[in-house]
Design a binder for this molecule. Structure first.
Ligand code: ZN
Length: 515
């Protein structure tokens, strides 16, 4: 068997080379699935829907076969037993093999009957949930939700969890590798207390007007503004696109191909603008991953949902809602929307996009209250999985805690525990990654502000490339070489904490409300 050092041009062991080749083929298959899904969400004619489901099912089966192929298991074992390859645990090959093992274990641990029962139950639950939400009828959804949490519990048992841990850890680990419920809880509790206090302070203050957000802005003008911002951010449009859809997303489907989508409404042009900046943050991460050389390898792939979300939130909130950004973007908005913006100025828009308003629906929440929506869901799903909270008591518990954290009464379950798609889709353990993203973003932002003396002046001048490049070298290029917590520590010099996010939100509230 050929062996040698792993410098470029040197020979790598045959088992490692075969493992990487096999993974690249599987990822290529996956990229075709992503392209087909993107088409479904954007340009597919409606009548193609039925056959599209068949196409996707076929591809999903092939992808599952590749991910669980016993040959892959043999190759990973051969690599693990190769002292030359694994001798230095920090080498690229050793890191790759560690992550290949993790993926293989996750893919092979669930029995087929559990996977298919989960798929069946969730597809039924989606339909029932839609109807239950429309009718605001929790009792209708309850039996399926009970079944889903039962299956999630079985799934957690198959995966297993760390000593002194709990079932929730096993599910969270799928989305945020290495994170535990106890760690998340330890960061979320002080955040929740300080956020609730901030909201109470703000609620007693006069609310600045948001009239500037309600000007009429045609979709084509909004699209042109979005493209200007994308280009300035350094998103490579030769290696990506921006299209419209009903649910905005980013798909980093292949090397040289990252697709963003957004949506336009006549009112509130900032929704599309921030939607575009958010997805572009994800897109810059995808474009910054070393995919050309490492497609299919863990080192060419994103590390976690929390880190992915930190990239989108950083651009959307920390850059996009800052006074410095509007110094540059206001004249640009004037250029695209013309007289509609007469009578308004930078000061109005900065205040309008930073208002703090408790509301019922998570996806419409502002930057500050958003995190309370997430913490509520994290606490409830963790308690349900443990058995500490009966599913039958979910709706009532939701109302009680919602009132406690956000200070408003939930009028009905449609605007309460029935609003999100996640639980009906079996996505339990997913919610915390949204707030982890905000926390990581805040901590990165403080580091960036310390290290880049000219960041504010750069942003005011529309010069975003230095920021993109900082993120590229601190986060993007590493792929899954480090787990999220280690990556955060390396980039910021500290463990994840609630303090930077609170300093940021309190600073913004002070600016808007004069606290
Ligand atoms: Zn996102």
């Amino acid at each position: 068997m050929a062996t040698g050092t792993l410098n470029s041009n040197a020979t790598v062991p045959a088992h490692y080379a075969e493992l990487c080749r096999q993974a690249r083929r599987a990822a290529t298959l996956g990229s075709i699935g992503s392209l087909v899904s993107w088409d479904q969400e954007t340009y597919m004619p409606p009548a193609a829907g039925e056959f599209r489901a068949e196409q996707l099912a076929e591809l999903a089966e092939l992808a599952h076969k590749a991910a669980t192929d016993p040959r892959r298991g043999e190759l990973i074992a051969a690599c693990e037993g190769d002292a030359g390859l694994m001798g230095d645990p920090t080498s690229e090959a050793a890191r790759n093999v560690r992550e290949f093992r993790r993926d293989y274990t996750l893919a092979t641990k669930l029995p087929t009957d559990l996977v298919s029962e989960m798929a069946r139950t969730c597809s039924q639950a989606q339909e029932v949930w839609k109807e239950a939400r429309a009718k605001s009828d929790f009792a209708m959804f309850r039996p399926l939700l009970e079944k889903i949490f039962g299956l999630a519990r079985r799934k957690a048992e198959c995966y297993g969890w760390p000593k002194n841990g709990e079932p929730y850890d096993a599910l969270l680990d799928e989305y945020e590798p290495g994170a535990t419920s106890a760690e998340v809880h330890a960061v979320f509790v002080p955040l929740r207390e300080r956020l609730s206090a901030l909201i109470a302070r703000v609620s007693g203050k006069p609310r600045p007007s948001d009239a500037v957000l309600h000007i009429k802005a045609p979709a084509d003008r909004q699209h042109a503004l979005g493209l200007d911002v994308l280009r300035a951010m350094g998103f490579d449009l030769e290696a990506g696109r921006l299209d419209t859809t009903t649910h905005p997303f980013c798909s980093g489907m292949a090397p040289g191909d990252t697709r963003l989508t957004t949506r336009y409404r006549d009112e509130k042009f900032t929704d599309a603008l921030y939607g575009t900046m958010h997805e572009a943050g994800h897109g810059l991460y995808e474009q910054g991953l070393p995919k050309r050389e490492r497609f299919g390898q863990p080192l060419g792939d994103a590390v976690s949902l929390g880190i992915h979300e930190s990239q989108s939130r950083l651009w959307e909130n920390f850059v996009g809602r800052s006074p410095a950004f509007w110094r540059w973007a206001w004249p640009l908005a004037r250029k695209h929307f013309g007289a509609a913006l007469d009578g308004f100025g930078e000061a109005e828009i900065v205040k309008a996009v930073n208002l703090v308003t408790p509301s019922y629906i998570r996806v419409e929440a502002d930057e500050a209250t958003y995190n309370l929506h997430i913490m509520l869901r994290f606490e409830l799903e963790r308690a349900m999985l443990r058995g500490d909270l009966k599913i039958a008591d979910l709706a009532g518990e939701w109302r009680t805690r919602f009132k406690q954290y956000l200070g408003i009464e939930v009028p009905d379950d449609r605007r309460g525990c029935l609003q999100d798609v996640h639980w009906s889709a079996g996505l339990i353990g997913y919610f915390p990654t949204y707030t982890l993203g905000n926390l990581y973003a805040a901590q990165l932002w403080e580091t960036i502000s310390r290290q880049m003396a000219t960041i504010e002046a750069d942003i005011s001048a529309g010069k975003f490339i230095p920021l993109r490049d900082w993120l590229r070298s601190a986060i993007h290029v590493h792929g899954r070489r480090y787990q999220a917590a280690e990556l955060c520590h390396r980039a910021t010099g500290a463990a994840l904490s609630a303090d930077p996010l609170m300093r940021h939100l309190e600073g913004r509230a002070a600016m808007v409300y004069g606290l």
